[in-house]
Design a protein around this ligand. Structure first.
Ligand code: APR
Ligand code: ZN
Ligand code: ZN
Length: 357
C-alpha cells in the first residue's frame, strides 16, 4: 500500500510503498478515504517533537473499516468511521474521570508501518497519510451515510478542537465577547463555535484577508487584519475598552499568545489552542497576572470525549447547524501531499484534504 513518508525533518514527504502489520488485539484496520492536512502535521516536519522520523504523518482521517481483531465488537467491516487520535488506556486516573484526552498512557512504541523491515512511526497512533491504518478500535466513531467522508475527516481534529475549545475548555456563555487570533482550519471552528454559543461579538484576527472574509461566513462579527492593525488595541476598542471575555490563540506562537493574554479583559480568559514549540516560552508581569484575575488555559484536542461529543457534532452537521463542507477549500491526491502543505503555508486554504479515491 502507498503512504507519504517523512524520512527526515525539514524535508518533503515521499509517497512510497510500505507494509502494514497484521491486526493485533483491540485493533481495527481502516481503509483511509480522506485525511485533512493540519498545521500540527507541519510542526512534525519543521520542529523537534516526540515523534521521530521516519514517520507517516496525518491525524485527521476518516474511512471505512476493512477488518477488525476477533474480539472487537464496537465496529465491523464496512462501517464508515472517523479516526480519532491519541491514547485511551481506560485505566488511568483521567480515563476513569471521563477526561480521556488527558490520558497519561504513552502511545505504544509499536509502529504498524514498515518498509523493508524498517519501522515507520505512526503519528499519534494514526498516520492517516496512508491507504490503510491499524488503529485502536475504541478510537473509531461511526459516521452516517449522509455525511461525506472528507467532512467526517475534519471531525478528527480541526472541527472537534475548535468547537471543544469554545464549549468545553472555555464554556463561552451567550452574550460574551470573544476574539480569535488565527482563523485557519482550527480557528475557523472556534469562530463558528463562539457564534453557536451566542457570543455577542466574535472578533476574528488573521494576516490573510481571505481567511477574514471566510470567518465572517462562519459567524465573525468583526474582522481585524493584524498585518496592519494592532490586534490587542483593536480588540479593546471593540469591547468598551475592556478587552474580550475570551481570547483564543489558534496559531501556537509566543507573540500571539501574549496578545491573547493582553487582549483578555480583567477576569477574562486566554485560551491557548495553538501548539507552540517545546523550547519557546511566554512571560507575563506577575503583578498584573494576579491583580487582573485573568486566566490562561491550555486546550488540548478540544477536551474531547470522542464517543460523547463527536456524535453530537455529527448531528449538528446533519441538521445544518455546523458548517464543515465549507471549510474544505481544496482536495489533493496523496501524491500531491507536499502541494497541500504549500497551500496551507501560503494561506490559500482553510483546509486542504487528501482524497484517496
Ligand atoms: N496573527 C494573526 N494570524 C496569524 C498570525 C499572526 N501573527 N500568524 C499566522 N496567522 C494565521 C494564519 O494566516 C492562518 O490563517 O493563523 C492561521 C493558522 O491556521 P492554519 O495554518 O490553518 O493552522 P491550523 O491547522 O488551524 O492549526 C492552528 O492549532 O491545533 C493547533 O497545531 C495546530 O498550532 C496549530 C494551530
Ligand atoms: Zn490537527
Ligand atoms: Zn488513560
Amino acid at each position: 500500500m502507498k503512504a507519504a513518508v517523512l524520512w527526515e525533518r525539514h524535508s518533503r514527504l515521499k509517497v512510497e510503498e510500505i507494509d502494514l502489520a497484521d491486526l493485533e488485539s483491540g485493533e481495527a484496520r481502516v481503509r483511509v478515504l480522506a485525511s485533512g492536512v493540519c498545521h500540527s502535521d507541519l510542526h512534525h516536519i519543521n520542529r523537534e517533537t516526540a515523534f521521530q522520523p521516519p514517520m507517516v504523518l496525518g491525524h485527521e482521517g476518516a474511512g471505512i473499516v476493512d477488518a477488525v481483531a476477533p474480539e472487537v465488537t464496537s465496529v465491523k467491516p464496512g462501517d464508515r468511521v472517523v479516526i480519532m487520535f491519541g491514547s485511551k488506556c481506560g485505566t488511568c486516573h483521567y480515563c476513569h474521570a471521563g477526561e480521556d484526552y488527558l490520558c497519561t498512557a504513552v502511545l505504544p512504541d509499536h509502529p504498524r508501518f514498515t518498509q523493508n523491515s524498517q519501522r515507520l512511526t505512526q503519528l499519534l497512533g494514526v498516520g492517516s497519510f496512508a491507504e490503510y491504518v491499524n488503529v485502536n478500535a475504541s478510537n473509531l466513531v461511526p459516521v452516517p451515510d449522509e455525511m461525506p467522508v472528507e467532512s467526517a475527516a475534519l471531525l478528527a481534529c480541526g472541527v472537534t478542537t475548535g468547537l471543544g475549545a469554545v464549549t468545553k475548555t472555555a464554556g463561552v456563555q451567550p452574550g460574551s465577547n470573544v476574539a480569535v487570533i488565527g482563523v485557519g482550519g482550527v480557528g475557523m471552528n472556534v469562530v463558528q463555535g463562539a457564534a453557536l454559543s451566542g457570543a455577542s461579538r466574535v472578533i476574528a484576527i488573521d494576516l490573510v484577508e481571505r481567511k477574514l472574509e471566510m470567518a465572517q461566513q462562519f459567524g465573525a462579527t468583526h474582522m481585524i487584519n493584524a498585518a496592519d492593525t494592532d490586534p490587542v488595541q483593536a480588540i479593546r476598542d471593540l469591547t468598551h475598552g475592556r478587552g474580550a471575555d475570551y481570547v483564543f490563540e489558534v496559531i501556537g506562537r509566543p507573540e500571539t499568545i501574549k496578545q491573547a493574554y493582553d487582549a483578555a479583559r480583567r477576569g477574562g480568559t486566554a485560551v491557548v489552542v495553538g501548539l507552540g514549540a517545546a523550547n519557546e516560552e511566554v512571560s507575563f508581569p506577575l503583578d498584573e497576572l494576579m491583580r487582573s484575575g485573568k486566566a490562561i488555559k491550555g486546550c488540548f484536542y478540544g477536551a474531547v470525549q470522542p464517543h460523547r461529543d463527536v456524535p453530537r457534532y455529527i448531528d449538528m452537521y446533519l441538521t445544518g447547524r455546523l458548517k464543515i463542507d465549507q471549510l474544505i477549500s481544496r482536495r489533493f491526491r496523496l501524491d500531491q501531499v507536499n502541494d497541500a502543505f504549500d497551500a496551507m503555508v501560503a494561506g490559500q486554504v482553510a483546509r486542504g484534504v487528501i482524497m484517496f479515491e
